[in-house]
Write a protein that binds this ligand. Structure first.
Ligand SMILES: Cc1cc2nc3c(=O)[nH]c(=O)nc-3n(C[C@H](O)[C@H](O)[C@H](O)COP(=O)(O)OP(=O)(O)OC[C@H]3O[C@@H](n4cnc5c(N)ncnc54)[C@H](O)[C@@H]3O)c2cc1C
Length: 395
């Protein structure tokens, strides 16, 4: 028996930041979409990940009328603190970038807001779908087959947006030989905690320390987010809460600074990985966000890059529907990859600058320290870091 068929204009695989933003951008242009998500709504809304939003991401959420809670609860940051040898240096992000700033607002909060608004606006998101398979990508009528609550279904569309993250099914649906992969695995990971304690700092602290990197980030006036560099083979079970707090205390130490600790709500280890596929499209399938590229979290860019991709994609699809323009669709990949590689370079150089590896060649160590010191002292260097960190203008 043939499965029940639904039709839409754009099938979106994945209800992460990329898929949800895309559905809102398309809705604004009057273009219909259906999102298929393998997890439950509750699961995607509590998945703790990113939290640093670039100015452009916030501006786009403003444009779409999706930022009311973000402005109420988000924390606007105008600077960040770098630490070397227990000395803090401030990078004045807003002053150095002509007024741009960062907003700290958890990715899961963005996801909650986008889901609520999309469903309230009559949008369709199907959660807990299984066995998603993309077919007929090289034709003008691609389709998605999947199962929902045990029933086989088919979604017919004009375009498929593969927004299903690094482990999704969209990228592997592209035939062998089409994609070129560029990749780097780093020899370290970040052990991250979410803690129920007021942040001990008003601005993010990035610390380079002989014991390894540490980052003090924030999520709200009551919740802190902290990370330490660990070896990529470390097991979470070997890290008690006390051991983590002690390590954070040592690595974040500076004159007059006291780290407040508190109950650990969540603990995880994230490996550092850089990854890009080229091109980010095949036939009528367009990859966006982590499905096409991963950056190490040091530059806080993954979510922002996902938003940048779907902004380009939504415009290309809109121009195709409005005026039959194919050029923007054909150049989707090329347009996204310029920003992707800029961000890869920034994230890799921030990682090299701030992490110290056991057994590092002492010469390299001194060079990295000299570079960090120069960033802290030279306005030109600090401006370059600030421009990249708050996010480059869209075009
Ligand atoms: C610890 C950590 C910290 C981070 N910190 C930052 C930060 O500070 N700033 C920043 O910008 N980025 C950060 N990132 C990166 C950021 O979280 C990701 O880049 C971002 O989630 C990418 O969004 P996405 O929508 O492309 O993919 P995802 O968020 O991965 O969403 C993909 C969605 O697709 C769904 N899916 C997967 N497979 C299927 C399937 N077969 N069928 C249907 N649905 C499927 C998944 O369940 C998921 O909901 C961090 C990441 C980690 C792990």
């Amino acid at each position: 028996m043939e499965p029940p068929v639904t039709e839409t204009q754009v099938a979106i695989i994945g209800a992460g930041p990329a898929g949800l933003m895309l559905s809102h951008l398309l809705q604004r242009e009057g273009i219909a979409s259906v999102i298929l998500e393998s997890r439950s709504r509750a699961y995607v809304q509590q998945r703790v990940r990113a939290g640093v939003l670039e100015q452009g991401t916030v501006d786009l959420l403003d444009e779409l009328g999706l930022s009311e809670r973000l402005h109420r609860e988000g924390l606007v940051h105008h600077g960040l603190l770098l630490t070397l040898d227990e000395r803090r240096y401030r990078i004045a992000l807003t002053e150095l970038t002509g007024g741009r700033a960062l907003t700290i607002y958890g990715q899961q909060e963005v996801v909650k807001d986008l889901i609520a608004a999309r469903l309230a606006g009559g949008g369709e998101i199907q959660f807990e779908v299984e066995d998603v398979q993309l077919e007929a990508l090289e034709t003008e009528h691609p389709r998605v087959r999947y199962r929902q609550q045990g029933t086989a279904r088919e979604l017919r569309c004009a375009f498929i947006a593969g927004c299903d993250g690094f482990h999704g099914v969209s990228r592997p649906a592209i035939p062998p030989g089409v994609l070129t992969t560029y990749e780097r695995h780093y020899p370290f990971a970040w052990l991250g905690i979410l803690a129920a304690v007021a942040p001990s700092t008003e601005e993010l602290i990035y610390a380079r320390h002989a014991r390894g990197f540490a980052l003090h980030s924030l999520r709200s006036p009551e919740i802190s987010r902290l990370y330490i560099q660990v070896d990529r083979t470390e097991e979470l079970g070997d890290w008690s809460d006390d051991r983590i707090w002690n390590e954070l205390r040592l690595r974040l130490a500076a004159d007059g600074f006291t780290l407040r600790d508190g109950p650990v709500l969540e603990k995880s280890i994230a490996l550092h990985h850089s990854f890009v596929v080229e091109p980010m499209q095949h036939g009528r399938l367009f990859l966006a966000g982590d499905a096409a590229h991963i950056v190490p979290p040091t530059g806080a860019k993954g979510l922002n890059l996902a938003v940048a991709d779907v902004r380009v994609l939504a415009r290309a699809i809109e121009r195709w529907y409005r005026a039959g323009h194919t050029e923007d669709l054909e150049r989707y990949s090329e347009r996204c990859l310029g920003r992707v590689w800029r961000v890869q370079e920034f994230s890799a150089s921030m990682s090299a600058l701030l992490h110290r590896l056991p057994g590092t060649d002492p010469f390299e160590d001194r060079v990295a320290r000299a570079r960090l010191e120069w960033i802290c002292r030279s306005q030109a260097e600090a401006r370059s870091l600030a421009e990249n960190y708050v996010g480059l203008p869209w075009d």
